[in-house]
Design a protein around this ligand. Sequence first.
Ligand code: ARG
Length: 460
Amino acid sequence: MNKKSGWNKRLRPLSAAAAAFNASVGFDRRLAMHDIAASLAHAEMLAAQNIIAQKDYRAIAKGLATVRAEIAADKFEWREEDEDVHMNIERRLTELAGDAGRKLHTARSRNDQVATDLRLWLREESDALRGELKTARLALLAQAEKYASVLMPGMTHLQPAQPITFGHHLLAYDDMLARDIGRLADGRRRLNMLPLGSGALAGVGYPIDRARVAKSLDFDGVCQNAADAVSARDFAAEFAAAAAVVMAHFSRFCEEVVLWSSPAFGFIRLPDSLCAGSSIMPQKKNPDIAELMRGKCGRVFGAAVALLTVMKGQPLAYNKDNQEDKEALFDCADTVRACARMFAQMAAEMKADKKKMRAHLDLGFCGATELADELARRGTPFRSAHEAVAGVVNYAERAGILLEEFTLPELKTLVPGADKKMLQVLQPENAVAARSHTGGTAPREVLRQVKKRKREIAGW
Ligand code: ARG
């Protein structure tokens, strides 16, 4: 038989196996500091409302300060028989403060308590993640500025498509991260509502002041329905979903880093500090960090599915199923933050090989679209221009020359009436410069975007 914690006089103890199965303190102790903060705010309100005496509040505050110090110094005795973080802290508080400690749980249930703790914890995580993503964005923007006019082949289907600038390519990732930050900020607004005061599910029969607690814990407001407040975990699922999208974006970047740092492409070089050698092949420089980040998508996507599944089919209101929200959420938040840090480092420290990028661009006949566009600008229907330029590319391929190497007489044999201007458009610098509208790849537009985005970020 399991040793029994103090308060339950109705039931005989859980079996040892069931107690171990039921206990969450092994992982939910991570919520301890938020649990204490919420308890302090709750007790302060109880005293202000004359629900408990001021001297009881003072004893609770003093006791919780000791508990906090013990936890911070790793001197707190966590007991599995006390099941979870909430009851461990309350047990210790009662040892320290006696009957005052036994009054803390007035007008409160573990249901509104855990929902509050988890929201406080996730708010902090979500803010920290947005901070990491901001750092990552600044790294991308610095590189986009540096490489604003470095040419590379833009790809579709991983086949050379049109000339672009590396700065333009990097700004695409900056757009993704900007939306990710926005998604997290949206979720934070819904997350930042106070469950405390909901009791077990029906509210509490005391003259509480929920707004006071919300204010002291920095919530934007209070949850409006007690049954929803204690059982809702969509804020957690929403965070995990946003984190999953972040990871999908990271993995796209990492995939490119893996490809580009392979000698087959050679577009970028990673610093040794982000690569690993091989235990057997002395020449190897493997992009382990990028690959690991790609691989870590599984656990974050998995957390989003796990959290939805925990919530799925639960009748109102609180059910113990909800205890299963924590490990998935903790792992998800830890993983995405660690990846954000690695992403920022990788983005900041990779170096482009302009020559390799240029060589790939030239081999890919990337000027073809611009020549077709030039014919179309002069009145040839675009489909006919497309056909004519296909002939030019076939010729170049057979002759083993690049588009930029065409002489005017040569081009004239394939495109009647060809002139100097047409040769010019085959130069990728010109094709790129022509795309200077919003969102285009021109160096001028890339630099404009970098400036605008840096200004926006500085204003946060
Ligand atoms: N450890 C529990 C959880 O994480 C706390 C809430 C327990 N509530 C209850 N009615 N048993 O959900």
